[in-house]
Structures are given as C-alpha cells and as structure tokens.
Design a protein around this ligand. Structure first.
Ligand code: NAP
Length: 254
C-alpha cells in the first residue's frame, strides 16, 4: 500500500526529546515515507537530537535557534540545494517567572520573548524555507486553546498563541498563490517538557479527561496523524485553518 508522505521531504523544528510532540510527528512522518530534516536549538541539545534522528533514519540534522537570524539564514542556505514539501513548527518558549505570575504582572521583556520564540518564529521560518518549498507545500504550527480562551496559568503563552494563529492566517493568504498551505493544529494538553512549565498542569489534564466529549486526554500520536493529514495530498484543500486535536474539549461551554 502506498504511504501518505512517500517522496516528500519534511523539515521538523522542535524535537527536544522523545516526549516532544515534534518527535511523535517525526515518527509518523517517517512511517508514512517522508524524508526527515530535523533541527536542534544550541549545542546542549545537539547530541540528543542526533540520537533521535538516527533512530528515525532522518537525512539531516541542522542547528536552528529561531531567535538567531544568522542560524535561520544558514538553515535556508543548507536547504537551497534540495526542496522541502512540508514544514512542522513545534516551538514555543516563555520565561517560567512570567508564567507563574498573574498575567497583569507580565514583564515587557518576557512578553516580547514569548512572542519572538513562539509566534514571530513562524514568520521567520516561513520566509527562510518558502523559496525551497514545492508547489503543494505545507507548513503546520502547533497551537493551543489558550489562544482564544482563558486557560488558568497559560497567561503570556496564550497571547503568543493568539499571535501565532493570526500569523498563520496572514501567511496562508500570502503563500497560497504559490501553492503553499499554512495551518495550525491546536493540540489538547500533553505532558511534555514545555507543558511542565505551566503551573498546575496536572489539574488541566484531569479537567480535560473529565469534561472532553471523548472523556480522555490527547495522545501525541493523534496529533502526529493529524499533522500527516495536513502535510499529505489528502489535506490539499485545507489552508488558514486551526484543526483541533483535543478529544473535542474546545466545544464545551463549561
Ligand atoms: P517540547 O518538547 O518542550 O518542545 C518545545 C520545543 O521548542 C523544544 O524543542 C525547544 O527546544 C524548542 N525551542 C524553544 N526555544 C527555541 C528557540 N529559540 N529556537 C528553536 N527551538 C526552540 O514541548 P511540546 O509540548 O512538544 O511543544 C511543542 C509545541 O506544541 C509548542 O509550540 C507547544 O506550545 C505546542 N503545544 C503543546 C501542548 C502540550 O500540552 N504539550 C499543547 C498544545 C500545543 P529546547 O528544548 O532545546 O529549548
């Protein structure tokens, strides 16, 4: 049986460890036949990501701290000889002290940092990669319900996700005429390194499992399969969209 991403090359940003949503996505993309290019942020992560990349049979591992224009330019240069069909942006960061304070106390610097890493980076990555993207290319970013609803303790990251989703729509509009689709997956809460920075994260997991229509939490593999759909030709008519993979939690009023 033919695989959904056979013959496609995918650039995946945001694999930190085996719990990362990006890692589950990379596994699913490999299963479906995609050639993988992974990135890591800084030397600290290099060995771990190279180890995971070897396990996944990835073609290349490239450095990319999204706050460094030079690294983004180098990434673009390294990709210039080939072509990219799919990009997955699975990156976010906010200072723990900003997440732990009441939202009204968010510092100017902390607000700017969360926006830079978690939202502006989608624009910067799209600009760097679009020149080597094929027609029928796809860019997918990871978002969360906190973009549009108030989720306790999500605070400055919720505002960054709102910006990310808006940036996704503007990019979809501009890159659409070149055949490039841009979407977000809004994932239900999953215990990862980033999620642990949210105070009381376990109570969010418990609440979702109790109230979501499917009465359970989201599995990383479910997010990954939705990412396969968006990157594949099955998703060819979908752009500018936020696809919820959250056991249906987003439809609940209370
Ligand atoms: P994760 O494993 O910690 O992944 C976050 C990634 O962002 C890490 O690889 C991290 O690299 C990277 N990153 C941070 N700053 C960066 C920078 N300056 N340049 C390049 N990369 C940078 O956690 P995750 O939960 O899988 O998060 C992936 C995405 O899913 C994020 O956008 C997150 O907001 C979103 N999401 C998560 C959940 C959830 O509940 N887990 C739900 C919905 C959406 P380092 O580790 O090297 O810093």
């Amino acid at each position: 049986m033919s695989r959904l991403l056979e013959g496609k090359t995918a650039l995946i940003l945001g694999v930190a460890n085996q719990w990362s949503l990006a890692y589950a996505i990379a596994q699913a993309f490999a299963r479906e036949g995609a050639g993988l290019l992974l990135t890591y942020q800084g030397e600290r992560q290099r060995q771990t990501v190279e180890g995971l990349a070897a396990e996944l049979g990835a073609r290349q591992v490239l450095p990319c701290d999204v706050t460094e224009d030079e690294e983004l330019a180098q990434l673009a240069e390294s990709l210039r000889a080939g072509r990219v069909d799919a990009v997955v942006h699975s990156i976010a960061f906010a200072n723990r002290e900003d997440l732990y304070k009441p939202f009204v106390e968010t510092s100017r610097a902390g607000y700017a940092l969360a926006q830079e890493v978690s939202a502006y980076s989608l624009v910067a990555v799209a600009r760097a990669v679009a020149p080597v993207m094929t027609e029928a290319g796809s860019i997918t970013a990871l978002s969360y319900l906190g973009a549009t609803r108030v989720v306790p303790n999500y605070n400055v990251m919720g505002v960054a996700k709102a910006a990310l989703e808006s940036a996704m729509r503007y990019l979809a509009s501009e890159l659409g005429p070149r055949g490039i689709r841009v979407n977000c997956i809004s994932a239900g809460p999953v215990k990862t390194a980033s999620a642990r920075a949210i105070r009381d994260f376990s109570s969010i997991l418990d609440h979702v499992a109790e109230r979501a229509p499917l009465r359970r939490n989201t599995e990383p593999a479910e997010v990954a399969d939705a990412a396969v759909f968006l990157a594949s030709d099955l998703g060819r008519g979908v752009t500018g969209n936020v696809l919820f993979v959250d056991s249906g939690f987003q439809v609940m009023g209370f």
